[in-house]
Design a protein around this ligand. Structure first.
Ligand SMILES: Cc1cc2nc3c(=O)[nH]c(=O)nc-3n(C[C@H](O)[C@H](O)[C@H](O)COP(=O)(O)OP(=O)(O)OC[C@H]3O[C@@H](n4cnc5c(N)ncnc54)[C@H](O)[C@@H]3O)c2cc1C
Length: 432
């Protein structure tokens, strides 16, 4: 079918941003036969500052999208290796009915293009180099009826006229910038944790590591006999000759405001073994940094025809800084909600279904994110962290429990004791 230019700017749903949240939403909508426009300001492949780590929770969503994970380029891992307090502990991903038993690493330049093209193949109309400038609000009803956007070049410079795109429902999946949400007056909740993280790629013989490696302590020299640096580090082998290496610092840490993140990364890495290769001469590309909005730091997740998905709704897990899985899941949930809503006549009946999105998110993650917020506060205290590392790491059963808790990997039914404890705690904690 050929569309007129005006048609081309109309759809059942507009999705702003083609990161994991937007691509997941667009894919599931298109699969259900919904006409969806996916507007993305950059052109694929594009970089996104990230650790590139996908735990089984994210893998489950990739499986649900029908992504071919046997194709070359996916670096599989068996679990998490934790380094700290003189220990190195390897914890396999838990054996669960609800999640696959492996994780993956894939650069975001690859991952995001694969997901966006997959959504396009399913029927979503992807428009790259289309930068959304704001929501269009119907003054009479207060509802959002679309967005305005301008064509841009690869450097983000405007190259044409601003146009209006219309749809009865909009998904804001525009990441931590949250332009749409902010334009609608949804401010950041200051009492929710935030983190800043830096990362770089290095050529390294460790690129095929079967474990995602997490460092609970970063030393400025010999461990225990030098300065303890703020933050937590990771080394994720990408499988292409490089590893993604980085560190993050929570805003509950005293050092948060006053840190030169790139300097801390380089100081930490300069004391890792030379044969690992984490030195400037082996660095591929720049050192990048970005913020992680955690624990539902922007709410409500539904307002006036707009659903927030992924980072725009502050959906990074405060326990471990993962956000890709929650972006994929919330995009999926947004799509399912909208499919049901669009099957109702416009008006209160449809509205009730759309409002159910925010309630469903609260039900799924609200209690868990509240636990995460408490955890983020505790580990911001170096004394607590030191004791927890020292006494926790040697206890394998406790660490297995901690892995399930931090990665949010439990079976809802017929799980073991730790699954039941974590599920019960998440249930009784007030929603974030
Ligand atoms: C250093 C670092 C390391 C991290 N490591 C991990 C990790 O290992 N594992 C993990 O699970 N999570 C990690 N995260 C978190 C993860 O990167 C995010 O949670 C995830 O990218 C959120 O996905 P999203 O789709 O919501 O947003 P994004 O991935 O940010 O996608 C938003 C998209 O919207 C587009 N966009 C923005 N504004 C506009 C606009 N106005 N018009 C059109 N398009 C627009 C952007 O170009 C982008 O493509 C890390 C974050 C950081 C900063």
């Amino acid at each position: 079918m050929t569309r007129t230019t005006a048609d081309a700017r109309q759809a059942d749903v507009i999705v702003v941003g083609a990161g994991p949240a937007g691509a997941s939403a667009a894919y599931h909508l298109a699969e259900a036969g919904v006409d969806v426009l996916l507007l993305e300001k950059s052109a694929f492949p594009r970089d996104k500052v990230c650790g590139d780590g996908l735990t089984p929770r994210a893998v489950r969503q990739l499986v649900a999208m029908g992504i071919d994970l046997d194709a070359p380029g996916w670096q599989r891992n068996r679990g998490l290796r934790i380094v700290g307090a003189g220990h190195r502990l390897e914890l396999p991903w838990p054996d669960l009915a609800s999640f696959p038993p492996y994780g993956l690493v894939r650069t975001r330049a690859d991952l995001d293009e694969i997901l966006a093209r997959h959504a396009e193949k399913a029927g979503a109309r992807l428009m790259e180099r289309t930068s959304v400038t704001g929501p269009v609000v119907d003054e009479r009803t207060g509802r959002v009826t679309g967005v305005t956007a301008k064509p841009v070049d690869d450097r983000g410079r405007r190259i044409g006229e601003e146009e209006t795109y219309t749809a009865p429902v909009v998904i804001a999946a525009d990441g931590v910038s949250a332009r749409i949400a902010i334009a609608l007056g949804l401010e950041r909740r200051e009492n929710r944790p935030m983190a800043v993280a830096v990362r770089a790629y290095y050529e390294t013989p460790r690129h095929h590591d079967e474990w995602m490696e997490s460092w609970l302590e970063l030393w400025d020299g010999k461990p225990g006999a030098s300065n303890l640096l703020p933050g937590y580090g990771w080394i994720f082998g990408v499988g292409d000759g490089t590893a993604n290496v980085g560190l993050g610092i929570l805003n509950t840490s005293k050092a948060f405001q006053h840190v030169d993140y790139k300097d801390v990364l380089q100081r930490w890495l300069s004391h890792t073994p030379a044969e690992w290769g984490f030195r400037d001469e082996n660095r591929v590309g720049r050192i990048g940094s970005a913020a992680l909005p955690m624990g539902f730091n922007r709410k409500p997740h539904y307002t006036r025809g707009v659903l927030l998905s992924g980072d725009s709704g502050g959906m990074v897990n405060p326990f471990n800084g993962e956000g890709i899985d929650y972006a994929l899941e919330s995009g999926h949930l947004a799509a399912e909600t909208i499919v049901q809503a669009l099957a109702r006549p416009e008006g209160p009946a449809r509205e009730r279904v759309l409002e159910g999105y925010a309630a469903a998110l609260d039900g799924a993650y609200g209690g868990y994110f509240t636990l995460g917020r408490v955890f983020a506060k505790m580990i911001g205290n170096p004394t607590f962290m030191k004791q927890a590392t020292k006494y926790g790491l040697p206890r394998t059963t406790l660490m297995k429990f901690t892995l399930k808790l931090m990665a949010n990997l439990t079976d809802p039914r017929d799980g073991d004791v730790s699954d039941r404890v974590i599920n019960a705690l998440s249930k009784v904690a007030p929603a974030a």
